[in-house]
Design a protein around this ligand. Structure first.
Ligand code: ASP
Length: 336
């Protein structure tokens, strides 16, 4: 019988209604009690790491989850992390960098409705996740939600209320699960030949700046005082405004000149960035050698930078690590 560790962290799946609104109160053992049929294919043990709304998840919590998996890695065949949906995509991406090349499946799941309701997606999501965590063909960090298996670096919450809350961005679904039957679209475990690696260091000093028409470049000067890296979410395939006598240009020169990291990405969810297309992007990218996220999700870009900057401050090494594909996070790079 497969051995699975169910790690509970909170979220709607574990929430009960209260006068203050939904809050996580259901324990890991109680969660497991709602899916008695899982006993037919696995022996699950539980670990309650925290019981919080995922709005409160921070890098220290990602490290705690990764450490718990590392501590118990040899004792289990697979892991299921129950988590709030709001920041699940960040946690799944962070775990993809903190735990690399895992032959064992590490599944993140949650629900749009609490598990104690009569009508809920929670039981199906939890059953599907346990099933996937027991599957010999499954590996690495994934999100299992609403019958879809999504690479841990490719998930994005795109719907606030519907059961199909998560999409796989710029990448196919790894598998679908229906009526407890797993249908693989990407069945490539045989290519895995590295031993699992665990990391713990993260540098939280990563900021995000979403451009709006009229934004002042002074925001970047302010951010430079507090952060080591900034991700600029620009418009379309990517560029920076050249209005106001090139203030953005000067701000980027200041960032790069002080050895800090600037990554360009796009506000458009699908198809990614390509700074080389327009003058507003190409000139600034060439001059400063800015990094760009291409087809990576924002969640993966943020957590990958935190992970990289936890290992190194050397711009050359940062660039090399940023463009190295980890858990399917980036396909499209400058070499095209
Ligand atoms: N606010 C909840 C959370 O992220 C939402 C959910 O789990 O669906 O913890």
């Amino acid at each position: 019988m497969k051995q699975v560790l169910l790690i509970a962290t909170g979220g709607t799946i574990a929430s009960k209604s209260s006068d203050e609104g939904l809050k996580p109160l259901i324990t890991s053992d109680e969660l497991l009690g709602y899916v008695p049929d899982a006993k037919k294919f696995c022996q699950a043990h539980t670990l309650q790491l925290m019981n919080i709304d995922s709005t409160n998840m921070q890098p220290a919590h990602w490290q705690k989850i990764a450490f718990a998996i590392q501590e118990h890695y040899s004792s289990y065949d697979g892991f299921v992390v129950c988590h709030g949906t709001d920041t699940m995509a960040y946690t799944a991406a962070a775990l993809s960098y903190l735990i690399q090349d895992s032959q064992k499946p590490i599944v993140i799941t949650g629900a749009q409705k609490p598990i104690d309701l009569e009508i809920t997606d929670a039981k199906t999501n939890l059953m599907d996740s346990l099933l996937f965590a027991c599957c010999d063909r499954a590996y690495g960090v994934t999100i299992v939600f609403d019958g879809k298996v999504i690479a841990g670096t490719r998930g994005k919450k795109e719907r606030t209320k519907s059961y199909n809350a998560f999409s796989s961005i710029n990448f196919p679904y790894i598998a679908t699960i229906q009526d407890q039957h797993i249908l693989f679209y990407l069945d490539d475990k045989k290519h895995m030949n590295q031993p699992v690696r665990f990391y713990s260091a993260l540098n939280e000093r990563v900021a995000l700046l979403k451009l709006i028409p009229s934004m002042e470049a002074g925001v970047l000067e302010y951010l430079a005082q507090h952060y080591d890296a900034v991700i600029i979410e620009s418009f379309g395939v990517g560029g920076l405004p050249s209005y106001k006598s090139g203030d953005f240009h000067k701000a980027i020169r200041h960032w790069i000149g002080s050895g800090k990291t600037v990554v360009m990405t796009t506000q458009v969810t699908n198809e990614g960035s390509n700074m080389s297309v327009y003058e507003v992007g190409r000139t600034i990218k060439q001059e400063f050698g800015l990094l760009e996220a291409y087809d990576m999700t924002l969640e993966a870009t943020v957590t990958k930078l935190m992970w990289i900057l936890g290992q190194t401050g050397d711009p050359q090494k940062i660039q090399e690590m940023f463009y190295r594909t980890i858990n399917r996070d980036i396909l499209y790079t400058a070499s095209w």
